[in-house]
Ligand binder design. Structure first.
Ligand code: IMP
Ligand code: MG
Length: 181
C-alpha cells in the first residue's frame, strides 16, 4: 500500500485494525448481552473506528453522536472541553458506550463520562481505538481498548492533524517536520 508522504511510518495496518476491532467488539457484544445500549460516537475522530466497530455487534443498539473539542488545530491540548454538537437521545436510564478514537491526557473522556453520568445514564463505559497511557493526567481508563501506543502523534483511520489525513485507511505516525515547521 502507498504510504502518505507526511507519514514517518505505518503503525497499524488495515488488517491489524480490522482484526483487533473485531475482537474488542465481540467482547463488548458478550458483555452487553440482553441489553440495548446507546452507542455514542465522538465526532469526528471516531467515525471510521465507530463504523467498523458497530458492524461487529449483533445486539440491538441505538446510535448517537456528540462533537466536542479539547484541542485547537494543533498537536497540544488546550485544556477546555467544548460541546459543539450534543446528543439527540436522552441518556436517562440508558447503558451508554462512548466510542472514541484515542485517550491521551484523559481530559475529554473524564469530562464526558462525568457529564453523561450526571444526566442519569444507567451505566457509561468507554471504548477506545488507541490508548496513550503514558500521557494520562485525568483519572479515567477505557473499559475496552484496542491498542496501547507510545507517545507519538498519529493520523489516519479517523484521526487528524489540522483536519487532514482522517481518510487514510491505516494509522500512521505523522512526521515531526509537518507540525514543527
Ligand atoms: P485528551 O482529552 O487529552 O485525552 O485528548 C483526546 C483527543 O485528543 C482525541 O479525541 C484526539 O482528538 C486528540 N488527540 C490526542 N492524541 C492524538 C494523536 O496522536 N493524533 C490525533 N489526535 C490526537
Ligand atoms: Mg477527538
Amino acid at each position: 500500500m502507498n504510504m502518505h508522504p507526511d507519514c514517518e511510518r505505518i503503525m497499524l495496518t488495515e488488517d491489524q485494525l480490522r482484526a483487533r476491532v473485531r475482537e474488542v467488539a465481540e467482547k463488548v457484544d458478550k458483555d452487553y448481552d440482553g441489553k440495548r445500549p446507546l452507542v455514542v460516537g465522538i465526532l469526528k475522530g471516531s467515525i471510521i473506528f465507530y463504523a467498523d466497530f458497530i458492524r461487529f455487534l449483533t445486539m440491538p443498539v441505538e446510535l448517537d453522536f456528540m462533537a466536542v473539542s479539547s484541542y485547537g488545530s494543533g498537536a497540544v491540548s488546550s485544556g477546555k472541553l467544548n460541546i459543539k454538537k450534543d446528543l439527540d437521545r436522552d441518556v436517562k436510564g440508558r447503558d451508554v458506550i462512548i466510542v472514541e478514537d484515542i485517550i491521551d491526557s484523559g481530559f475529554t473522556l473524564a469530562n464526558l463520562k462525568a457529564l453523561l453520568t450526571e444526566r442519569g445514564a444507567a451505566s457509561v463505559s468507554i471504548a477506545t481505538l488507541l490508548n496513550k497511557a503514558e500521557r494520562r493526567e485525568y483519572g479515567v481508563a477505557p473499559d475496552y481498548n484496542c491498542f496501547d501506543i507510545e507517545n507519538e502523534f498519529v493520523i489516519g483511520y479517523g484521526l487528524d492533524y489540522n483536519e487532514q489525513y482522517r481518510h487514510l485507511p491505516y494509522i500512521g505516525i505523522l512526521k515531526r517536520s509537518v507540525y514543527e515547521k
